[in-house]
Design a protein around this ligand. Structure first.
Ligand code: MTE
Length: 328
């Protein structure tokens, strides 16, 4: 997945300035169980190859992280057993912290997920720059167990905690010109020294069509296994559109921009033949270098067939009439 290009910086970290902390943040943090959250990743040991999930693996290993107050849970992974917390947090793609799957767990402790500000701008009538807590506070946190299918043909089942993306976006009143939404990850060389290597053009950028972003399955994630999101998984806030390949799920988001035209996205910009803007999971359209017909679920021995839209057929109407070989 490596293509070397020179770095570009459409938005400087310095453009994202800290906002005054909201007066009621304390109470809100307390309610979320986040007071004093420094996200110390006490559980991060030396990375090792993925291991099969042990019986009951998961919540016990998360005890170092603050708990989230989760309302309803939706098991949207066909009843499949979630992958182990160990696999989910030690087999990651987060190039800002290294290109090996074990690098993010080892290196992401330098990320400071608090305080965190997200800028919402572009084609909307109520733009804003909000402290993360102000961004999330109006919404009840839900748990959604989703499949994550990576373009590299491995997959996991992950119990995310977050809020529906549509509910969050609507607050900023996208206008009639808002046809797409672009997401920018943090790009701060102080917190992410490896971005100086220029493996990707940072900040990491992703995008969705507005109707995709407004689909009920699209989710903004702030937690995992009932606890605050670990740094290596994209703390403090990341995207999850479960019918798309994992590269669409931008991590550590600092800016959300409504655009009239299709926005540039990182992987599409550096390798359009391999990574389309849509990035929909499609077993019938192979990656130029490997088949997408099957996948290996982490912790399992045998490959299994990949399902169209990653097994979320309810998104099919979004693409009615589109040639999915062309719009991959
Ligand atoms: N976001 C940023 N900022 N940087 C990245 O390198 N990798 C993407 C996506 N989001 C990436 C990113 C890819 S390729 C995948 S498969 C998923 O994050 C992996 O998410 P996970 O590590 O939580 O499984």
């Amino acid at each position: 997945m490596l293509i070397r290009v020179s770095p570009q910086h459409p938005i400087k970290p310095s453009e994202i300035t800290a906002e005054a902390v909201h007066a009621d943040r304390r109470q809100f943090l307390a309610r979320m169980g986040l007071a004093g959250a420094g996200l110390a990743l006490a559980g991060c040991s030396e990375a090792k190859p993925p291991v099969p999930p042990a019986a009951g693996a998961g919540p016990a290993a998360t005890s170092a992280l603050p708990a989230l107050e989760v309302g309803k849970t939706s098991a949207l992974a066909g009843g499949e057993k979630p992958s182990s917390y160990e696999d989910i947090t030690h087999y990651n793609n987060y190039y800002e912290f290294g290109t090996d799957k074990s690098d993010p767990a080892r290196n992401a402790a330098t990320l400071r997920p608090r305080p965190w500000t997200v800028l919402i701008d572009g084609e909307c009538d109520a733009p804003g720059q909000l402290d993360l807590d102000a961004l999330i506070k109006p919404h009840a946190l839900e748990e959604r167990i989703y499949r994550l299918r990576c373009v590299e043909a491995w997959s996991m089942v992950i119990p995310w905690v977050g809020v529906p993306l549509a509910d969050l976006l609507k607050r900023f009143k996208p206008n009639s010109k808002a046809k797409f939404v672009q997401f920018f990850s943090l790009a701060d060389a102080e917190q992410m020294p490896m971005i100086r290597r220029g493996v990707l053009p940072y900040p990491y950028r992703e995008g969705l069509r507005i109707d995709e972003a407004m689909h009920p399955l699209a989710f903004m994630v702030v937690g995992l296994y009932g606890k605050v999101l670990p740094n290596q998984n994209g703390a403090p806030i990341r995207l999850m559109a479960p019918w798309k390949y994992g590269f669409k799920a931008a991590k550590s988001i600092v800016r959300i921009r409504f655009t009239e035209t299709q926005p540039e996205t990182t992987w599409n910009a550096i390798g359009a033949a391999e990574y389309g803007f849509y990035g929909n999971v499609n077993p019938e359209v192979d990656h130029p270098r490997w088949s997408q017909a099957s996948e290996r679920r982490l912790g399992e021995l045998f490959r299994k067939p990949t399902l169209m839209f990653n097994g979320y057929p309810e998104v099919a109407p979004l693409y009615a009439g589109m040639d999915l070989r062309r719009y991959y």
